[in-house]
Design a protein around this ligand. Structure first.
Ligand code: FES
Ligand code: MG
Length: 583
């Protein structure tokens, strides 16, 4: 048995319990104390004398998307031990999309801070981050990027699909579709209750290409998961094998000192942007990727991203842009098949968590086969990237639209604004028969930006006014400074920057103004003169939201706009690394 004195002579790389030895000034005593306390859990010296792999446990009764956490942790622990490491799990905040008020986005930065500080505070040589639901993977990657140690992402995995009266259904594009039918009185109370049982038939994350699936694919494209780590559904043996492999890979990363800055490079972020565009990914993915890149000191240049989008087709045929679900994407070969198809557009020398480059991993992967979920570049779902960046006097800092999920007929459109001042105003009037609205109008919703609601809720998917829905209207142009769920579809302009709550031009739009949207020209114009807007601003200046105390005060005082990733300004990396994409 080794004594604390012996351990002090051991090189630091031999075991994680040596990190931060000098907390109390006496390195020997500090280590002696730590070992004494961890032995309270029944460890022997032999168990402690090996790389320590932290496992961030984000299981929660409020988060069924992480409902397979116990099995995942068991598999990760097995992988860690098979590779000669010591697994130590620890809890952090968990955010379940459907149960976080006022919006999960309000809490993403808090989870990132929890993750970062727990990685800094606790002795570990590498960490396995287990996340899945929308905000958890970005929060973990943001925190780990800032903490700087070797880190690997494990995705919880998607839900299975369900079946309703002979039709395949899944969360949550179909949740919206069925609710839309119910609002339009096309289906009755019994049917809406029946489908409610089938939309989420297992634990795991939403089964379409929503934000969770998008961030899973983005994490793999960044090189932050083991190859093939994005797509296995939560309840499959493939997912458990990925978990075991993640554990053993983490031990190797600890031994090699493969820190996160060697993986999250400019090349990796550009690969992730390509993938985000090619999967028809969630618009939220841009905000999250911007925030993660910001932690490494990179700015995302939306105009350059749009140029990249013009040469990156959508290849993945998943809802809401296409037809299939994540389990089909997995069966079709998952990210390996997609990355192989995108190969000429990727930086193949980007490093991954395996210690091999993306190009090496693609060379080692099993060959592809004929399937109809991941298309070739010659036969895309959509000829350009899923997301277009708009500019104009209504959005001087940019706005975005998921063109692959929009109605082509509405993408070149001029119409009359029908304005809602905020969520309450919307709730009060959207279903009123007295609402003066036609299908040619443009719905404008204010005060749902980063500071507005606050937290930039997914309220940008403004419902079709009931009287139009009943008349069979399926889409209408909608504009806001908020976000929308990655599972939603429609001609919906989001992330208008600067937001209305801080006095962006959106604040001064009035019902009856004309607005012109041209996705082809990437334009979003309010057809009102600058003089008139200045006059309105003077007459009705905005009151920027404030709070007296607590997290809300911190949030409102430091949160950045959508084009900066809605991160807190003080969490950004301090070293300027340039603009992305460089392409
Ligand atoms: Fe968690 Fe959709 S609610 S991934
Ligand atoms: Mg979502």
């Amino acid at each position: 048995m080794s004594s604390p004195k012996d351990d002090r002579k051991t090189p630091p790389a031999a075991g994680g319990m040596r990190k931060g030895l000098t907390n109390y000034g006496d390195a020997g005593f500090s280590l002696f104390l730590r070992k004494a306390f961890i032995k309270g859990a029944g460890y022997t010296d032999a168990a402690l004398d090996r790389p320590v792999i932290g496992i961030a446990d984000t299981g929660s009764g409020y988060n069924p998307c992480h409902g397979n956490m116990p099995q995942l942790i068991e598999a990760v622990q097995r992988g860690v031990m098979l590779a000669g490491g010591l697994p130590v799990k620890f809890p952090t905040i968990s955010i379940g999309e459907s149960f976080a008020a006022p919006t999960s986005m309000y809490l993403r930065n808090l989870m990132s801070m929890d993750t970062e500080e727990m990685l800094r505070a606790q002795p570990m040589d590498a960490v396995v981050l287990i996340g899945g639901c929308d905000k958890t993977v970005p929060a973990q990657l943001m925190g780990a990027a800032s903490a700087g140690l070797p880190a690997i992402q494990l995705i919880t995995g998607s839900m299975l699909t369900g079946s309703h009266r002979g039709e395949v259904v899944g969360a949550c594009t179909d949740c919206r579709r069925y609710w839309g039918k119910f609002r339009a009185e096309e289906i009755d109370d019994t049917e809406i209750a029946d489908v409610n049982n089938q939309l989420v038939p297992s634990v795991g994350t939403c089964s379409v290409m929503g934000t969770a699936s998008t961030m899973a694919c983005v994490a793999e494209a960044l090189g932050m998961t083991v190859p093939g780590g994005a797509s296995p559904p939560a309840v499959t043996s493939d997912r458990m094998r990925v978990a075991e492999l993640t554990g053993s890979t983490a031990v190797q990363m600890a031994r090699d000192g493969l820190t996160i800055d060697r993986v999250l490079t400019a090349q990796a972020f550009e690969n992730a942007m390509r993938v985000l565009l090619a999967i028809g990914g969630s618009t939220n993915g841009i905000v999250h990727l911007t925030a993660i890149a910001g932690r490494m000191g990179y700015d995302v240049d939306l105009k350059a991203l749009d140029r990249m989008g013009r040469e990156t087709p959508v290849l993945v045929d998943l809802k809401p842009s296409g037809h299939h679900y994540m389990e089909h994407f997995h069966a079709a070969g998952g990210m390996t098949a997609l990355l192989r198809e995108l190969r000429p557009l990727l930086h193949l020398d980007a490093m991954t968590v395996t210690g091999r480059t993306l190009g090496d991993e693609l060379d080692r992967a099993s060959p592809g086969f004929a399937q109809d979920v991941i298309r070739t570049r010659a036969n895309p779902i959509y000829p350009q990237g899923g997301i277009a960046v708009l500019q104009g006097n209504l959005a001087p800092g940019g706005a975005i639209i998921k063109q692959s999920a929009a109605d082509p007929k509405l993408m070149e459109h001029e119409g009359r604004a029908v304005v809602f001042e905020g969520l309450e105003d919307l709730a009060n009037r959207i279903d009123s028969d007295a609402l003066d609205v036609t299908a040619d109008d443009i719905l404008v919703l204010k005060n749902i930006g980063p500071k507005g609601a606050p937290g930039m809720p997914e309220a940008g998917y403004i419902p079709i006014p009931r009287k139009l829905a009943k008349a069979g209207v399926k889409d209408i142009v909608r504009i806001s400074d908020g976000r929308m769920s990655g599972t939603a579809f429609g001609t919906i302009v989001l992330h208008v920057t600067p937001e209305s709550a801080v006095g962006g031009p959106l604040a001064y739009v009035r019902s009856g103004d004309r607005i012109r949207l041209s996705v082809e020209r990437r334009e979003l114009e309010l057809l009102v003169s600058a003089e008139e807007l200045a006059k309105r601003a003077k007459e009705n200046p905005v009151q920027v939201p404030t709070a007296q105390r607590g997290y809300r005060k911190l949030f409102l005082e430091t949160v950045t706009q959508a084009d900066q990733g809605v991160d807190f300004d003080f969490l950004r990396g301090t070293q300027a690394m340039g603009a992305l994409p460089k392409a």
